[in-house]
Ligand binder design. Structure first.
Ligand code: ADP
Ligand code: MG
Length: 271
């Protein structure tokens, strides 16, 4: 599990500073939820963790993000392996223009896993007590089925694995995106409002999978839906106007907030 730690992290777009000296440790093997009103810097914070922010050209970062003690913003940092370690789910799913099966097999293929490595990956899944099908088929079939199960999608797609992923409903596509993220064996999943484009039932299925996965992955979810935060959070980070106002275990955060702004936010007085 990666240990993620932010130290005095400040981020600006041009000369607009949107994140102010944020320091916080993100607990391993739990669901951390980042909440706060629109525009307060949630996406910026999330994307800073695996350097997806680099895709903006006028962004500047001060302070640091340590992943397992290694500074993400060290010029020598290996950005590709960082992004492999911290998988990302965006607001809308973007399935690859290929079959359901190939969407999942894509990652392992891109990383050119050998047959031996695929078998090892299957053993790792078994080692974490995940349900893995019998190995009567090829190893890649086993891997694809395993990740579709981890994403809670297998039963809905097992009879149409070779059909285009684009035919799935958007809710199913989001779980496919989760399966695809898991297939490159990340240690953490970063999700930016992953249910905002989904109907309530599909949203519930994503929440259920996060809870199912939380002991084995560090999960960081951005949301502006307080009820969702209450349902899934083990740990909460509250941002307001780019400032880290309060953070802590979900129970005490919601029950006895320390900061007046937190109290006002969770009671709905400010949004
Ligand atoms: N690429 C960008 N260029 C300039 N400003 C940006 C960019 N992305 C976000 N911002 C600004 O940074 C602030 C924080 O945005 P964001 O991190 O997206 O907040 P949130 O996800 O909480 O809605 C907002 O004021 C937003 O307008
Ligand atoms: Mg956002």
């Amino acid at each position: 599990m990666p240990h993620i730690s932010l130290n005095n992290l400040s981020i600006s777009y041009g000369n607009h500073k949107v994140l102010h000296e944020v320091s916080v440790d993100i607990p391993d093997s739990q669901i951390t939820v980042i909440i706060g009103p629109s525009g307060c810097g949630k996406t910026t914070l999330l994307k800073s963790l695996n350097r997806l922010l680099d895709l903006n050209d006028d962004v500047s970062v001060k302070g640091n993000v340590l992943i397992d003690g290694v500074n993400t913003y060290d010029p020598k940092a290996d950005v590709l392996s960082l992004r492999k370690k911290l998988g990302f789910l965006s607001q809308r799913p973007y399935p690859l223009p290929m079959s359901i099966y190939d969407n999942i097999a894509f990652g392992p293929k891109v990383h050119r896993l050998t047959q031996e490595q695929i078998v090892q990956q299957i053993r790792d899944l078994e080692g974490r007590s995940f349900q893995v099908p019998e190995r009567k088929n090829g190893a890649m079939d086993v891997l694809v089925e395993s990740y579709l199960r981890l994403a809670g999608l297998w039963d809905e797609v097992k009879d149409r694995l070779r059909t285009p992923a684009s035919r799935l409903s958007i809710g199913q596509q989001q779980r496919l995106a989760l399966a695809r993220a898991l297939a490159v064996e990340p240690e953490a999943i970063l999700a930016d409002e992953p249910t905002s484009a989904l109907d309530p039932l599909s949203a519930q299925l994503i929440e259920k999978q996060f809870k199912f996965l939380r002991n084995n992955y560090t999960i960081v979810v951005v949301t502006h839906i307080l009820r969702q935060a209450r349902r899934i959070a083990d740990y909460v980070i509250f941002l307001y106007l780019g400032e880290l106002v309060e953070h802590g275990p979900a129970e005490s955060f919601f029950k006895s907030p320390k900061d007046e702004r937190t109290r006002a936010y969770i009671s709905g007085e400010i949004s």
